[in-house]
Design a protein around this ligand. Structure first.
Ligand code: SF4
Length: 446
């Protein structure tokens, strides 16, 4: 597409525009792909081996993929999206061949382990999906590309095109966009929650079928279809939905469509935005708390009802993590005896992650644990201290202390520009985030 002066942009200029436009999509982690080795296939690119790095931003986003939009020109008008048709931004588009060339060039330089490709809606859902599929197919078939490919799927594209996308991509994703149907109707009138969910159901059917084990002695192998599964993204803070509503929607998506991940992306105001949208972004720490709560329901045995009791009017506590909030609201369930408690209860102890719990279970098979043992197993042993009992340690009145919550809350402080980068989010027991950071993410792509 020509620039404002009528000149055609160079590939580098297009890249600057379309890589920047893609940054709003959070759903790009590459976990779960099958391992492939280029040396074995005679093609290029591997999903394992030396030189491939998985870099994660503090909020858990994967940054080792070439992340692009095919175009930021979109015929839809989703109010929260910078690429909507009514937005006054520079528009640009790659050809599928340009995306293929860029991916190969970045891959050969070892900058990336794969491609994350999304797009605004060009002309129609099918036309857009055709272009996305063409990129993936050309990479796989013409160039023998064995790296990771994540394609954003257009919900109302034809079943044949989605089928083909699943054949070439590792992961497919369809953005649910907003946690409620009402929010979608208000802010993305061209989209339909029913269509989005029925596309997710179709993806699940294809993914499940491809995982079926061939009958013994049978020669039939199920066709390959998105081996790294499907994911989605939800925008947080645009439509007034509470954290509990967001987590309830996520739970439904995980159970109904077997999603690998729901990504939460904090809304941030965009130029010429609708007056129905909030004027300021939610604190980025809200995303972080949602990821922690999401983790608790998926890996720590927490139910939504547990989380509800740890919220205030459906909103998670921004100052402390949701597991700690739950523990403080259920002090009668503590202290937990680390030498005797079942795994489910150990997982409820603030400061103990899944790995620490499994290490405790292994250790106590041989001897009774002392607090010093715990400090060797996890760096967050001090956080667990008021909630546990073990050889040589009883919390006594500490557990009932009126100021126990306050002891976990760090005073808000100005971030130091020259301090070391904060640790990435690894689960609900990562250190509390006390500074409110302005959100960088806003709208999504289809
Ligand atoms: S969210 Fe997707 S469909 Fe909606 S305006 Fe943005 S790019 Fe277009």
């Amino acid at each position: 597409m020509p620039s404002a002066t009528g000149r055609s942009r160079s590939l580098r200029e297009k890249l600057a525009i379309l890589a920047d436009a893609a940054k709003y999509d959070a759903s790009c982690a590459s976990s779960g792909t099958t391992k492939r080795n280029a040396r074995a296939s005679g093609g290029i690119g591997s999903t394992e081996g030396s030189g491939i790095c998985h870099a994660y931003a503090p909020d858990g986003r994967c940054i080792s993929l070439l992340k692009l939009l095919l175009t930021n020109a979109c015929i839809y008008d989703c109010a929260y999206c910078i690429n909507r048709v009514s937005s006054r931004i520079e528009r640009e588009a790659f050809t599928p061949e340009e995306v293929v060339d860029l991916t190969l060039a970045f891959y050969r330089r070892n900058y990336i382990e794969g491609l994350f490709l999304s797009s605004g809606i060009i002309r129609s859902a099918d036309h857009t999906m055709e272009q996305l599929v063409r990129v993936a197919k050309t990479l796989r078939v013409t160039h023998g590309f064995q790296g990771y490919i994540h394609l954003k799927t257009i919900p109302d594209a034809s079943a044949e095109l989605i089928d083909e996308a699943g054949r070439w991509a590792d992961r497919l994703s369809i953005n649910i966009e907003l946690p409620t149907e009402r929010g979608l109707r208000s802010f993305a009138p061209e989209k339909s929650g029913r269509v989005i969910k029925s596309s997710m159901a179709a993806l699940r059917t294809g993914i499940d079928a491809s995982r079926e084990t061939p009958r013994r002695g049978g020669r039939h192998r199920p066709p390959r279809f998105a081996p790294a599964g499907q994911s989605t993204q939800m925008i947080v803070g645009a439509d007034g939905a509470s954290d509990l509503t967001i987590l309830t929607t996520s739970r439904t998506l995980y159970t109904s469509y077997d999603l690998r991940r729901v990504y939460y992306s904090a809304f941030s105001p965009i130029p010429d935005a609708s007056s129905a949208l909030p004027p300021s972004p939610p604190p980025l720490v809200r995303e972080h708390r949602l990821y922690q709560a999401d983790w608790l329901t998926r890996f720590y045995g927490f139910e939504l009802a547990d989380l509800e009791r740890a919220t205030d009017g459906g909103m998670l506590d921004l100052e402390i993590d949701p597991k700690l909030a739950w523990a403080l609201a259920h002090r009668d369930r503590f202290p937990v005896d680390l030498n005797r408690a079942p795994r489910e209860m150990l997982l409820r102890v603030p400061g103990l992650g899944v790995k620490a719990v499994d290490a405790i279970l292994r250790t106590r098979r041989h001897r009774r644990m002392r607090f010093e043992d715990l400090t060797r197993l996890t760096p967050t042993a001090r956080k667990a201290k008021p909630f546990i009992a073990l050889e040589g340690w009883q919390p006594a009145r500490l557990l009932d202390a009126a100021d126990l919550r306050a002891r976990f809350v760090r005073p808000a402080a100005q971030l130091d520009l020259f301090a070391a980068a904060p640790a990435p989010v690894s689960g609900p027991d990562s250190a509390p985030v006390s500074a409110t950071v302005s959100a960088a993410a806003a709208a999504a792509t289809p």
